[in-house]
Design a protein around this ligand. Structure first.
Ligand SMILES: [Zn+2]
Ligand SMILES: [Zn+2]
Length: 153
């Protein structure tokens, strides 16, 4: 019960932060935008636009996949959400939370967050400064998750 309450608080906080960020970015806070953002904030499973659309459609039957795509692109452009890099053709999205990296299962494609503070503190090789300006460094670790390994045993 307590976990649920904490989760609700955290969603409310994220929504409040989102509303402020929209105002700062000069984005109109529409019902659809708020629903799409909340959907992303509730489940941290890095969904694709299609997955978000399937979930949102239960609440807003009139919404189109195109609207979901465009809204996510707008959010990402304004830095309200992150587009997660993957090897799949479909982009995945997440609400910005504390700095983290990703574990990707090659079998079920599930993406899991993890923290790696010691890496965050490491400075990059000097050659990189000649290459250009680094905006962020994120690590993606690929492998087989324990659930998928269990299938093979
Ligand atoms: Zn897996
Ligand atoms: Zn993530």
């Amino acid at each position: 019960m307590l976990d649920k309450k904490v989760a609700m608080e955290s969603i409310r906080e994220k929504r409040a932060a989102f509303e402020n960020a929209c105002r700062d970015a000069g984005l109109r806070l529409t019902h659809q935008r708020l629903e799409i953002f909340t959907e992303l904030a509730v489940v941290a499973d890095h969904p694709t636009a299609e997955t978000i659309y399937e979930r949102i459609r239960k609440k807003i039957p009139t919404i189109s996949l195109d609207t979901v795509y465009r809204t996510l692109a707008t959010f990402a452009r304004h830095g309200l959400i992150n587009k997660v890099e993957t090897v799949e053709s479909q982009a995945r999205f997440e609400v910005k939370i504390m700095r983290h990296h990703h574990l990707t299962c090659r079998k079920c494609n599930k993406i899991t967050d993890f923290q790696w503070e010691s890496l965050d503190d490491v400075s990059l090789p000097v050659e990189i400064s000649r290459w250009g300006r680094v905006e962020n460094k994120n690590v993606i670790v690929y492998g087989i998750c324990s659930e998928c390994m269990g299938d093979d045993i």
